[in-house]
Design a protein around this ligand. Structure first.
Ligand code: C2E
Ligand code: MG
Ligand code: MG
Ligand code: MG
Length: 288
């Protein structure tokens, strides 16, 4: 009897495993086609300067507009895109599209802000990465100072000598560099000393329980102080409440980003949002 059960269990396990791999295969096939079919789209989320109330930057966040499943979040397809190498052409497309969009906003007469683009490790470590960035800028006729690259700590920790050279090339080209999800990367802080970085983006997990968690408050205060001492710009991710916003402003955090200000939006909505809200940040969000 025990044997029979065992076989049964095995069969169930086996068939679900099979279902999983066909599902994965289908996802893979669809993902490969998605780029040619133009199914990717970019959403934009503002980053707000907490002292002046200006739009400091817009972050480009990719979405997959799947014909059946609707909008698929990057967490669900970026890892697979990295695995199958699709992240390389997809990443180029994202860079180019984001640069072109920012140039269009500038040409439309908006006060200029940076566009920040998330870069995957696979993309960054390729030999031609710097050239790809420069080409995207050229093709969009966007000045390099209006592009920011968001890298993770694990990217900058890897292969230090080559990485530092690449970062220097990018800095020399005039592009800004930020560290995304700062504080979650299991990494030594020594890279802050050697690497030409402009901005730290404090991971949103640290802000989540503010103002209720004294430990998180201590960590955030410390990162802000660290950034200030190192003359780095510092952004808090995941600002969802007015309390969090006021906490950050009182702590002199340079910028905030999160649902409290705005969710990521399609380009046309983002444009409307910028037009509606520019110049009114102080009255909208500050208690004087
Ligand atoms: P990330 O770069 O750290 O982006 C922040 C994520 O937090 C975004 O999720 C954003 O929608 C979400 N978010 C923003 N404000 C809030 C908030 O107040 N509360 C909460 N709960 N969440 C907030 P999204 O767009 O789903 O992206 C997830 C991650 O996928 C990104 O994390 C980034 O690592 C990656 N990703 C997104 N777009 C790209 C891309 O174009 N290229 C690459 N390589 N990775 C991307
Ligand atoms: Mg990011
Ligand atoms: Mg982040
Ligand atoms: Mg992230």
């Amino acid at each position: 009897k025990a044997k029979g059960e065992g076989r049964n269990t095995f069969r169930i396990y086996d068939s679900s495993l099979h279902a999983m791999s066909t599902e994965r295969l289908r996802l893979e096939v669809n993902l490969r086609r998605a780029l040619e079919r133009g199914e990717f789209t970019i959403y934009y989320q503002p980053r707000i300067g907490l002292t002046g109330g200006t739009i400091a930057a817009m972050e480009a966040l990719v979405r997959w507009q799947h014909p059946e499943s609707g909008l698929v979040s990057p967490a669900e397809f970026i890892p697979l895109a990295e695995e199958i190498g699709l992240i390389v052409p997809l990443g180029e497309w994202i860079l180019e599209t984001a640069c072109r969009q920012n140039k269009r906003w500038q040409d439309d007469g908006m006060d200029p802000f940076r566009i920040s683009v998330n870069i995957s490790a696979v993309q960054f470590h390729r030999d031609e990465f710097v050239k790809v960035v420069q080409r995207a800028l050229q093709e969009a006729s966007l000045e390099p100072q209006w592009l920011e690259l968001e890298l993770t700590e694990s990217i900058v920790m890897n292969n230090a000598a080559k990485t530092i050279m690449k970062l220097r090339e990018l800095k020399e080209a005039g592009v800004h560099i930020s560290i995304d999800d700062f504080g979650t990367g299991f990494s030594s802080l020594s890279y802050l000393k050697y690497f030409p970085i402009d901005t730290l983006k404090i991971d949103r997990s640290f802000l989540q329980d503010v103002p209720d968690s004294p430990k998180d408050i201590a960590i955030i205060k410390t990162i802000i102080a660290l950034a200030r001492r190192l003359h780095l710009n510092v952004v808090a991710e995941g600002v969802e409440s007015r309390e969090q916003f006021l906490f950050l402003a009182a702590r002199k955090c340079s910028e905030g980003q999160g649902y409290f200000f705005s969710r990521p939006m399609p380009a046309s909505e983002a444009e409307q949002w910028i037009r509606d809200s520019s110049a009114e940040w102080c009255s909208k969000f500050y208690i004087p």
